[in-house]
Design a protein around this ligand. Structure first.
Ligand code: AMP
Length: 283
């Protein structure tokens, strides 16, 4: 497994890869790798001949009051994980490698990135789309893999790739959960058992929404009420949003039809949790 730390070395490596002979897949991560990341890497391994994983805690996607400094970092364990998954190349840049002192360009998607998470984290997606653009330009992969866990992020990146004519196919991979349904996340490292117990209500609320739709409920306001009721029963938990949206545009729906995504975000003791479920309505 090759480890590369500079953009120059990455470009040199890339130039040696003939796109007619080998397809490259990239899995962008912020490290502290868990089974969710592994599933993306495994998917890349199945699809592509060459698998690149990037590990970079991207300061640009953290707000000024967010957890950039305390975000979990464990490089030796991450490298062991990548070796186990037969990754070909790990890109581990330093902050000033990707953002030198004179860095001044950002890439921003408009309305899709401004709603839901964008309302609570106004600079977040701009940080994500800037780093993803840089990575896709450096690696020029045929495929890039993202988790449904961050569904809005996937939608924003899909829009970015389309709008800027980037020559990479974006693949959505399912959310990996613990046995009780709690979505895996690197941030779970600093969630206490009691916070985790309360946060599990988010998945339960989304599941209640999904079950209501399966039972024939088609009014979004009623489904949202059902979901909110599950969360309201828990103490010390604040709801940022709970919504039934069109899975492509992320616009809130009044009447449910087609492919719907149930999006939710809550806060417990200063930690935010997001989750979502996709529901396909046949008629
Ligand atoms: P992160 O390191 O949190 O930036 O995540 C890197 C990639 O892993 C993103 O595409 C995430 O959506 C994906 N990811 C994070 N958690 C999970 C999970 N539990 N299941 C599937 N993918 C995930």
């Amino acid at each position: 497994m090759r480890i590369i730390r500079t953009t120059q070395a990455l470009r040199t490596w890339r130039r040696r890869h003939d796109p007619l002979r080998t397809s490259i897949g990239v899995v962008p991560t912020m490290g502290a790798l868990h089974a969710g990341h592994r599933s993306l890497i495994k998917r890349a391994r199945r699809t592509c001949q060459t698998v690149v994983v990037s590990i970079f805690v991207n300061p640009l996607q953290f707000g000024p009051t967010e957890d950039y400094r305390r975000y979990p970092r464990d490089l030796s364990q991450d490298l062991a994980c990548c070796r186990e998954e037969n990754v070909d190349l790990v890109f581990i840049p330093k902050v000033d490698t990707l953002y030198p002192h004179d860095f001044q360009t950002t890439v921003a998607v408009k309305s899709l990135a401004q709603r839901w998470e964008g309302e609570y984290r106004p600079t977040h997606f701009q940080g994500v789309t800037t780093i993803v653009t840089k990575l896709l330009n450096l690696v020029r992969p045929a495929h890039a893999f993202f988790g449904q866990k961050d569904y809005q992020q996937f939608c924003v990146i899909r829009q970015l790739v389309k709008d800027l004519d980037l020559d990479t196919r974006i693949t959505l991979c399912p959310t990996i959960r613990d046995a009780d349904g709690f979505a895996l996340s690197s941030r779970n490292h600093y969630v206490t058992p009691s916070q985790r117990q309360r946060a599990l209500a988010l998945y339960q609320a989304l599941s209640a929404g999904k079950a209501a739709i399966a039972g024939g409920m088609r009014r979004a306001d009623l489904v949202e009420q059902k979901m909110a009721k599950v969360l309201d029963a828990r103490h010390g938990l604040a709801i940022d949003y709970l919504a039934c949206c069109d899975a492509r545009t992320l616009e809130p729906l009044a009447r449910l039809r087609g492919t719907v995504v149930l999006l939710g975000a809550i806060r417990i003791g200063g930690i935010r949790f997001i989750d979502n479920l996709i529901v396909r309505i046949r008629r």
